[in-house]
Write a protein that binds this ligand. Structure first.
Ligand SMILES: O=C(O)C(=O)Cc1ccccc1
Length: 296
């Protein structure tokens, strides 16, 4: 059973279908509730959104990944997101438009130009907005086009995004267990807390640069402890099973004892320069032979 950030008709449900061979899916209303179901063993895995090409990180996911028992990503998928405005049959001049904050942010200009007198209201998800419209709480929802299959609403407008070709990346997370095999086109995700001292972040990043590891993303979130104390969410090219990446993660862990490993998994789209790992593998073998007394 795969938990997803629902209810039915969310973008995340579409992403979850890409991960599930059986279609055995269970919706949960929030990202923390989705992950909690997998943590307590009610579901085998969770599908949640992690970032969008226009709006950036999904803070609820970042926080939920570090608060609570560890989960690790075993796969990712990227979906193109298109938005429709849905209304109850007959409604032509909505006064309230509801959606997930990420969706509202991506249709802001369209709303200002086309529904200038409508007030935007945030809901937990795009499909929750559709459900509230059906219940008469709001007049319109900005939802995934598939939402009309689940909720008897009408399409007032299609393809309303301000930026064409927006993409959202989703992760499939499980309780810690055997890691996916390296494919040569993998991504590793890790969370570190930099101490409050000169050069702390640059020391961490230097560990990656020294090993010619490509950083694909870095985001910060407050630890919610002291003001000015942050967690850094780092994505990098490579798999922890590769000596180069393993070495770098061990170095990050030396700098930061509460480093959390968030997984090594195949990248949705093969991209970025492929780094030649040969020297690192050869060096690791050399070290092993020295340690085992086989000389060098
Ligand atoms: O609310 C949804 O449908 C989600 O899956 C979250 C989301 C919202 C906006 C863009 C991409 C994903």
């Amino acid at each position: 059973m795969l938990a997803y950030f629902g209810p039915q008709g969310t973008f995340t449900e579409q992403a979850a279908r890409a991960f599930s061979a059986t279609g055995d899916l269970a919706p949960y209303d929030t990202v923390p509730a989705t992950l909690a179901a997998t943590r307590r063993g009610e579901t085998d895995a969770s599908c949640v959104p992690v970032e969008n090409s226009v709006e950036g990180a999904v803070p609820a996911t970042m926080d939920a990944l570090t608060e609570g028992a560890p989960l690790v990503a075993v796969a990712e998928t990227v979906l193109a997101v298109r938005f429709s405005v849905l209304v109850r049959p007959g409604v032509t001049d909505p006064k309230t438009v509801a959606s997930h904050p990420h969706a509202l942010a991506q249709v802001r200009h369209w709303l200002a130009a086309n529904l200038p007198s409508a007030t935007a209201v945030a809901t937990t998800s795009t499909a929750a907005a559709a459900r509230s419209v059906l219940a008469g709480e709001f007049d319109a929802a900005v939802s995934a086009p598939v939402a009309v299959r689940h909720y008897p609403l009408e399409v007032l407008a299609d393809d309303v995004a301000d930026v064409r070709d927006a993409k959202t990346r989703f992760l499939l997370l499980r309780r810690p267990g055997p890691l996916p095999e390296p494919t040569g086109h993998d991504r590793t995700s890790v969370v570190v807390t930099a101490t409050d001292k000169v050069g702390a972040l640059s020391e961490l990043l230097a560990e990656l640069a020294l090993r010619r590891i490509n950083l694909t993303r870095i985001e910060s979130r407050p630890t919610k402890g002291r003001l000015g104390e942050y967690r850094f969410y780092i994505d990098l090219d490579g798999h922890v099973a590769e000596p180069r990446v393993g070495d770098a993660l061990a170095a990050l862990r030396r700098h930061c004892p509460d480093t959390r490993f968030l997984g090594s998994y195949p990248k949705a789209a093969a991209g970025g320069a492929r780094v030649d790992d040969e020297e690192f593998v050869a060096a690791a073998e050399w070290l092993a032979s020295v340690r085992e007394g086989r000389g060098a």
